[in-house]
Design a binder for this molecule. Structure first.
Ligand SMILES: [Zn+2]
Length: 360
């Protein structure tokens, strides 16, 4: 790879079965909303955030907007959307441990776990394979470590593809759950591979990143949750074995506006553990700071699904408009992929996947 490497840009991914996996967001709106509001009040109790989470700029004291009582401000330096309070260790404990962050992601039965691996995680692996192959690598000759692996869906997808993959996770219950399921699914059939996931404590994560024997390290929906994302990226830079970093990050996007406009609908993007969101400029700031060369980007989000859910719930909760809820659903459901495609192309989508080379 050199400076002439053409950046590969991809847009969109059909929702397919995704609506089914997120069914609890439709069925359990009241409970989800209550949980979000509870976390918002806990977040408000944390000290003010004085500097941008991504660049060194100081943040203005007056917020740009407030949502569910939480003030937010766009960084004057890099455009990053920052919650005006800090995501302290105490807050992280309340979000990820007390509130059982993984609850929504548990796939308790094999069929559901396997379907989630196939629908959501295998496409990420195929994307990686395509880019790495284009770089002249042999993807099956590389080793992969997933940090913040949860119940191991991405590790399972890599393993299913026949790759040497393992993961580290902070939640002991998710490690046990994922290891058991991967054995049952045959992704860890021999003793040496019986534990593809290992448990690490929060204060061990950086040390693990600095020493893990991986060519490719992935952080899928993880970096934004870390109290100090920069320290983790520095640890990876200090690990001479690591050449590629694969990230999935949440973005300031149409979903943020939808969430702000529909306060009675449980938010999915800017809430709970997501106290800050990336934009084009703050991604560039992150890349400059950590000497990351962007090799490929895949822009796709769930914004149109969030709009659909907001309309569906809001129309249904008022007797004057309740009859329109099904009418809206019948008309909009067939359009969701195409609507999302427009949002993705504009890079105003809720998520981006990025493959980076570490420059040394
Ligand atoms: Zn900034």
């Amino acid at each position: 790879m050199n400076d002439t490497w053409p950046l590969i840009e991809r847009y969109s991914k059909p929702f397919g079965q995704l609506a089914g996996f997120k069914k609890n967001l439709f069925d359990g709106n009241d409970a989800q909303l209550k949980r979000s509001l509870d976390l918002a009040s806990r977040y408000l109790a944390q000290p003010r955030r004085s500097n941008c989470k991504i660049c060194p700029a100081g943040l203005p004291s007056a917020p740009d907007f407030t949502k569910h009582g939480v003030p937010y401000v766009f960084c004057p330096g890099c455009g990053h959307l920052n919650g005006c309070h800090q995501d302290t260790e105490d807050y992280a404990r309340q979000v990820y441990i007390d509130a059982d962050y993984g609850a929504g992601y548990h796939s308790s039965d094999l069929a559901t776990y396997s379907a989630r691996v196939d629908a959501i995680y295998l496409p990420k692996v195929e994307f990686l394979v395509e880019i790495l192959s284009a770089l002249g690598e042999q993807p099956d000759a590389l080793s992969y470590v997933d940090l913040g692996a949860g119940s191991g869906h991405f590790v399972a997808a890599l393993s299913k593809r026949g790759f040497d993959a393992s993961g580290a996770e902070l939640s002991k219950s998710q490690v046990a759950h994922g290891n058991a399921i991967m054995i049952d699914l045959g992704y860890a059939s021999n003793k040496a591979r019986s534990e593809r996931l290992v448990h690490v404590e929060l204060d061990e994560l950086q040390g693990f990143a600095a020493a893990c024997p991986a060519d490719v390290v992935s952080l899928v929906g993880v970096l934004e949750h870390l109290l100090d994302p920069h320290a983790l990226l520095q640890a990876l830079r200090g690990n001479p074995r690591v050449r590629y970093v694969f990230l999935s990050l949440p973005l300031y996007s149409l979903s943020v506006l939808i969430e702000a406009a529909f306060p009675n609908v449980a938010p999915r993007l800017l809430e709970g553990g997501h106290t800050h969101l990336f934009c084009d400029r703050s991604l560039e700031a992150l890349e400059t700071r950590h000497q990351l060369t962007r090799l490929a980007a895949w822009w796709f989000g769930s914004d149109s699904m969030d709009l659909f859910r907001a309309l569906r719930l809001t129309l249904a909760e008022n007797s004057d408009t309740a009859a329109l809820s099904d009418e809206m659903a019948a008309r909009m459901a067939p359009m969701l992929d195409e609507l999302q495609g427009v949002v993705d192309r504009a890079r105003f989508c809720s998520e981006v996947h990025l493959l980076y080379a570490l420059r040394r």
